[in-house]
Structures are given as structure tokens and as C-alpha cells.
Design a protein around this ligand. Structure first.
Ligand code: ZN
Length: 215
């Protein structure tokens, strides 16, 4: 989903593994059947396999290359697996994010000192939302990297709890509110073949002059 991304460091106590360089992939658009299929689970033992690790690296490189991207699901790069990632930029303090967003909007590159403080992208494999708040809200301005350049209002739970495997094959749970809750629901929908335009109202095309430079 649009609005952001980053690269991450390896921790030094891990055994030395081959470092996979991600390749930017083409983002498939809404007409393509892969976006309408139910994606398949990754076997936990396969998470450490080279094809899955390469796919995750490719997804990070792809999301990184999109100035307004905040989340990306594997079917969006043509791979029908239950994996999505959330850009590390989402986890920045709001004041820092606003500053970095301003550079991006102007089409400037992020300064190296800012790039360093961007947290790693969050990788979610076989994600399940295990709790939705009863409280819902019509979120304004939802869009999708596979439905350029439509935006609309979508009703989503204001808080959710997600359970997933991370890229090391460990299970984790994470509660989310605000933007992150919104992203979790949008990306899990992708894994079930659902696009935000199926649920949105007041859809509008973003005028060209409002689109981020370089997007
Ligand atoms: Zn999307």
C-alpha cells in the first residue's frame, strides 16, 4: 500500500549467511489474476530457504524504490505466497517521519544520517489477524500500489492484533493501531485476493500534480 521503506542490518551474533541482494520487481496491477487468488501458506521449514529469502529481499528492494509505499504483499510482485512487508519508515516517530516524507515529496534523496535511523522493515509470513477491535472507522485516502492512482475511504477496525512468522521463522504477535492497523488489514486482504476498491467508497483519482516525485 502506498505512503513508504528501508534496508536492515544483520546482527553480529548470527551465523554468517549468504547476503541476498534484492532485485526490484514489477508491481502487478489490478487486472492481473494473481491479485485475485488466495495466496498459499509458506511451510515454516521453507522460510529459511533461498527462494523465500530471495523473495523477501526482492520485496524490500521493490518497496524501497517506491517513494510513497508503506506495505507490499507478495502477490503484488506476482508471487502467490502469504507474505507481506511493512516499511520501516512506518515505525519512525511521527515528527521524523514527517521530515523524511517532506524530502520524498520533493523528490530529494534521504540523507544518510536519516536513512540510518529508519528501523528495519517488518516481515509477516502466514499472517493471521487474531483480534479486531469492535470500533471501526472510515479511513480516508486509502490507496494501493496495484491500483494506481485511485484513493478512497475504507472502513477498518481501529485496532488489531496480528500473529505471523518473521523472516527467521519465529512466531510473533503484534498489536497495532492507527496507520499500522490499517496496513495490516489492507495487506492481509491482498493475501485473500481482496483489493481495497472492493470495499471503498468515494473513490477518486489522485491528480498528477499531487503524486510524489519519482513515483
Ligand atoms: Zn495494496
Amino acid at each position: 500500500m502506498p505512503i513508504f521503506s528501508s534496508s536492515k542490518k544483520k546482527s553480529s551474533d548470527e551465523p554468517a549467511k549468504e547476503i541476498l541482494t534484492g532485485k526490484q520487481r514489477r508491481i502487478v496491477q489490478k487486472e492481473e489474476p494473481v491479485l485475485r487468488k488466495k495466496a498459499v501458506e509458506v511451510k515454516p521449514d521453507d522460510i529459511s530457504s533461498k527462494p523465500i529469502q530471495q523473495l523477501i529481499a526482492d520485496m524490500k528492494a521493490t518497496l524501497d524504490s517506491i517513494p510513497d509505499g508503506v506495505g507490499l504483499a507478495a502477490p503484488q510482485v506476482g508471487e502467490p505466497y502469504r507474505i507481506f512487508i511493512v516499511s520501516g519508515r512506518v515505525f519512525l516517530k511521527p515528527s521524523k517521519r514527517i521530515q523524511i516524507d517532506e524530502y520524498i515529496e520533493k523528490g530529494e534523496t534521504i540523507r544518510p544520517q536519516d536513512a540510518q535511523i529508519i528501523p528495519p522493515d517488518l516481515v509477516c509470513i502466514n499472517p493471521v489477524i487474531i483480534n479486531f477491535s469492535k470500533e471501526k472507522k472510515w479511513f480516508d485516502g486509502e490507496g494501493c500500489l496495484s491500483v494506481r492512482w485511485l484513493y478512497g475511504k475504507v472502513e477498518r477496525s481501529t485496532k488489531v492484533k496480528l500473529r505471523a512468522y518473521n523472516e527467521k521463522g519465529e512466531i510473533f504477535e503484534r498489536g497495532a493501531s492507527g496507520l499500522l492497523a490499517h496496513i495490516f488489514q489492507h495487506e492481509v486482504d491482498h493475501l485473500d485476493g481482496v483489493l481495497f476498491i472492493d470495499k471503498a467508497k468515494d473513490l477518486e483519482t489522485l491528480p498528477e500534480e499531487d503524486r510524489p516525485v519519482g513515483a
